[in-house]
Design a protein around this ligand. Structure first.
Ligand SMILES: Nc1ncnc2c1ncn2[C@@H]1O[C@H](COP(=O)(O)OP(=O)(O)OP(=O)(O)O)[C@@H](O)[C@H]1O
Ligand SMILES: [Mg+2]
Length: 256
């Protein structure tokens, strides 16, 4: 059985891509085989693993528009057991035309029939609630919602919950979600107080693990490596490892 995680938030720059990559790499340290899926036309995940979107032979856009099988486009990364289904500009076409097809939400779920050898599939979504994110949430067992401790965050979480309710009703009744607090500055009073407010409002839907600000997480894409490989002892690596443990130990049963 493959456990599928969609990392999504319509808000930009909340660490969706960083979380997909770092959590996926942490799972491989526990001996799991992991596939990362880049669903963002910006192709940040693809770039962060050292691939040039302009010279790819195939990418997720081909899979979603029906031109290629998922297994045909999968690339190996520098980290053993961590593979990538990359993205490029064509994803913009997929984003535009996908929504016109009947049952488009299930296209990604169907594509996964072709890659059964993975323990985990992690999907990095664009900062939008369009067709690509809807496909990811339809295919997912768990939706991880990375959030910064900022004034508008609770509001953004609530609009994400509306999307989750909609997806549960239409295509994926079993979808679970959990909120991940990211880029925390624990010396910042505002972060501390919003952290408490978000935890009070969303209770056990919030991961106990928090991700603090760590400059190494910004550097690692320049070296085309996940944080666990680039700086294995850094705070970022330690906290994302802790997140993988929290999920392995009780994430599935305790998710909201
Ligand atoms: N814990 C952290 N500490 C410091 N920098 C971080 C941390 N997490 C992410 N970043 C940096 O913040 C920026 C935004 O992160 P990221 O690209 O992962 O967000 P995103 O939600 O995927 O953005 P987008 O919505 O554009 O896809 C990046 O430069 C990333 O390196
Ligand atoms: Mg991103």
């Amino acid at each position: 059985m493959t456990y599928k995680i969609a990392v999504a938030n319509q808000k930009g720059g909340v660490a969706k891509t960083t979380t997909t990559l770092s959590l996926g790499a942490s799972f491989t340290e526990n001996g799991f085989k992991v596939l990362l899926i880049d669903l963002d036309p910006q192709a940040n995940l693809t770039l962060a693993l050292g691939f040039k979107p302009t010279v790819l032979e195939g990418a997720m856009g081909d899979v979603l528009l029906g031109g290629k099988m998922l297994s045909e486009i999968v690339l190996k990364t520098a980290q053993e057991n961590l593979n990538l289904a990359p993205s490029n500009d064509e994803m913009q076409l997929a984003d535009r035309f996908l929504g016109m097809r009947d049952n488009f939400e299930r296209i990604l779920l169907d594509a996964f029939n072709d890659v059964r050898e993975y323990d985990y599939i992690l999907m990095d979504c664009p900062p939008a609630i369009g067709p690509l994110t809807q496909c990811a949430l339809t295919a997912a067992d768990l939706h991880i919602l990375p959030t910064q401790c900022e004034y508008f965050s609770a509001h953004a979480i609530r609009s994400s919950l509306a999307l989750i309710r909609d997806i549960r009703e239409r295509t994926n009744p079993a979808l679970r979600y959990r909120v991940l607090l990211t880029m925390i500055d624990s010396s910042n009073q505002v972060h501390q107080s919003l952290n408490h407010q978000i935890r009070r409002a969303f209770n056990n839907a919030v991961f106990e693990t928090e991700i603090e600000i760590d400059g190494k997480l910004r550097e690692s894409p320049l070296f085309a490596k996940p944080i666990t490989m680039y700086a294995p002892e850094s705070l970022g690596a330690i906290q994302y490892r802790q997140l993988s443990r929290e999920l392995l130990e009780n994430g599935i049963t305790e998710s909201a």
